[in-house]
Design a protein around this ligand. Structure first.
Ligand SMILES: [Zn+2]
Length: 433
């Protein structure tokens, strides 16, 4: 019997309405007791969590692991090391790999590779259409039985409304969500950044907010029509929120995520042509950012997801018009949100944790992960809120370092991450055990 005890931490478990000082006893990888524990088996591994937060491990619904196909950017191994270092214990890789994840064979490859290399739980997403071409729907049943947790063409929108309608209809047979990268390609065109004052000032082609909001409106309507579960990915603009809010009010099966970068930063970050701040959808205005925070608080936005998108230095060192879209985010998600949203008194720390644990677990139905319930796998993150860290290029365990928070000092340091009771990351000794 393997026994670990996490002593004297501030235990925050939103799924069980818990915020208390105490201990957690882990026996054979599952949570055996939460509270003040005096009687435990002899010789446990003891982790002292005095003055630290102890919470369920974070769950990311939106990760790009790049394997198979672009192992120069990230692999299942390095991506899950980055996840563990960021306090994530479960992640969902997107299907826009090479080959794309549109068949059971590719799902099985990812799962087999993850069994060997991953240090956190990996829940692959399948694509909606074959080869991400937007023309022909994948065999949903094959992918479901191979083990995907949802379907998404992320990286690309599903431009054809009829295809999206059918996808939503089929997905109801398997109870899985369609995760939706909303972008009207004709409107976004060759745009580089948000269409606003900054783009005008620095002379870069803008992407109007309606490139996102028009497709959000369409897909909320299609979800209403079909009864399918639509999950709107990386919502970034105020103009999209009214459609989600309205849909939810009318009982449409809709959930939504926002990224740390859209919640924390604005298009001003691109004023010096910083390619790490070039992402799709683009960073919006301060008005957009404030609207997103409000939506996170009122539940219009259900959860926080990273859209961790690794790219090599060679690609990101190109002129801003040519550099690829994307920022890595697994290792800065909590510190960025804690610094920008909790330290500024907009969100409580327990609400932030709820948006990164219970909420995403509910969307892909993997509870009791995302909680510290008795009998749940002991996926646990320990955080020191009293420490801060300057984010530099050397900070990352990811294979890539294209991160939009480089140069900033962020509060809240992940010190230890456990998956099924096993320590997979420790900040003082970042070697993976
Ligand atoms: Zn996307």
């Amino acid at each position: 019997m393997e026994t670990t005890i996490i002593k004297n931490g501030r235990i925050i478990d939103p799924a069980n309405n818990l915020d208390t000082i105490g201990d957690i006893l882990i026996v054979d990888g599952v949570i055996a007791k939460v509270g003040v524990i005096d009687d435990f088996p002899s010789d446990p591994v003891v982790i002292d969590a005095t003055d630290k937060i102890v919470c369920p491990g974070f769950i990311d619904l939106h990760t790009h692991l790049r394997e198979p196909g672009r192992e120069d950017k990230e692999t299942i191994k390095t991506g899950t090391m980055a996840a563990a270092a960021g306090g994530y214990t479960s992640i969902c890789p997107m299907g826009n790999t090479s080959p794309v994840c549109d068949s059971a064979a590719v799902v099985k490859f990812i799962k087999t590779r993850a069994d060997i290399d991953a240090i956190v739980n990996v829940y692959p997403m399948g694509t909606v259409t074959k080869n991400l071409a937007g023309e022909e729907i994948v065999e949903f049943g094959d992918l479901y039985y191979a083990g995907v947790k949802g379907f998404t063409d992320d990286g690309n929108p599903v431009m054809n409304a009829e295809i999206m309608r059918r996808a939503l209809e089929y997905s109801t047979m398997f109870g899985l969500p369609i995760l939706d990268h909303c972008e009207d390609k004709q409107l976004s065109d060759e745009g580089v950044m948000h269409d606003g004052l900054v783009s005008t000032r620095i002379g870069l082609k803008g992407i109007p907010p309606q490139a996102e909001s028009i497709q959000v409106a369409r897909d909320v309507d299609l979800a209403a029509m079909t009864g399918g579960h639509i999950h709107i990915q990386h919502v970034s603009k105020k103009a999209s929120l009214c459609h989600i809010r309205q849909g939810k009010k009318q009982g449409v099966n809709i959930t939504a995520e926002a990224t740390p970068h859209h919640l924390c930063l604005t298009d001003e970050k691109l004023a010096d042509f910083n390619t790490n701040a070039k992402m799709n959808p683009p960073l919006g205005s301060e008005e957009d950012r404030q609207a997103l925070i409000e939506a996170l608080i009122d539940g219009t936005i259900d959860c926080i997801a990273t859209d961790h998108a690794p790219h090599t230095d060679i690609e990101k060192d190109m002129p801003i018009t040519l550099a690829p879209f994307g920022t890595i985010g697994l290792e800065t998600a909590f510190p960025a949100c804690y610094t920008y949203l909790v330290k500024t008194s907009r969100l409580s720390v327990s609400m932030l944790i709820q948006k990164m644990t219970q909420a995403p677990a509910d969307i892909i139905k993997i509870a009791p992960r995302g909680s510290l319930s008795l009998g749940a796998p002991a996926d646990i993150t320990i955080i020191d809120l009293n420490k801060s860290q300057l984010i530099t290029k050397d900070f990352f365990h990811s294979k890539s370092s294209n991160n939009c928070f480089i140069g900033e000092t962020l509060c809240g340091v992940i010190t230890t991450t456990l998956v099924s009771g096993k320590v997979v990351f420790r900040r003082d000794d970042p070697k993976i055990t």
